[in-house]
Design a protein around this ligand. Structure first.
Ligand code: CA
Ligand code: CA
Length: 159
């Protein structure tokens, strides 16, 4: 595999697989729209349901390369290839935001993005960056949010 063109390290692939498995609630091997919606529900974001559906549709448009309406692990990984530019953009855009100072700057070359997104606050900020005023920032729960019910230790225990 040494001559592979992929830039993804084995470690990173494992992190991606872990994140993917968390989202793929029914273990179908695909992330579907309802699973993405669940993710938002569990994050307890102050978003109305129709907004969540809109955002989920946007994620699908970006990530669903073969247009079968669901995200395969391969598609999930290819989203990652945009990650470095994305992380650098977030670091820059939110560098002076005191609500995010505990999360930034993120390292674009490891799993920081996923860990930081799990915080919830950063996810709200990002949604507002892409669509200003989607979320009333006063409504963001500044305490630590816990969007994932499946903890890393549970996952590790199952391996
Ligand atoms: Ca699934
Ligand atoms: Ca697909």
């Amino acid at each position: 595999m040494e001559n592979s063109t992929t830039t993804i390290s084995r470690e990173e692939l494992e992190e991606l697989q872990e994140a993917f498995n968390k989202i793929d609630i029914d273990n179908s091997g695909y992330v579907s729209d309802y699973e993405l919606q669940d993710l938002f529900k569990e994050a307890s974001l102050p978003l109305p349901g129709y907004k969540v559906r809109e955002i989920v549709e946007k994620i699908l448009v970006v990530a669903d390369n073969n247009k079968d309406g669901k995200i395969s692990f391969e598609e999930f990984v290819s989203v990652k290839e945009e990650k470095v530019a994305f992380v650098n953009w977030i670091n820059k855009a939110l560098e002076n935001d005191p609500d995010c100072s505990h999360l930034l700057p993120m390292n674009p070359n490891d799993g920081s993005l996923f860990k930081s997104l799990a915080d919830g606050i950063l996810l709200c900020k990002m949604i507002n960056l892409s669509e200003p005023d989607t979320i009333d920032e006063r409504a963001i729960n500044k305490k630590k949010l816990t969007p994932f019910t499946v903890s890393v230790s549970t996952l590790a225990g199952n391996m």
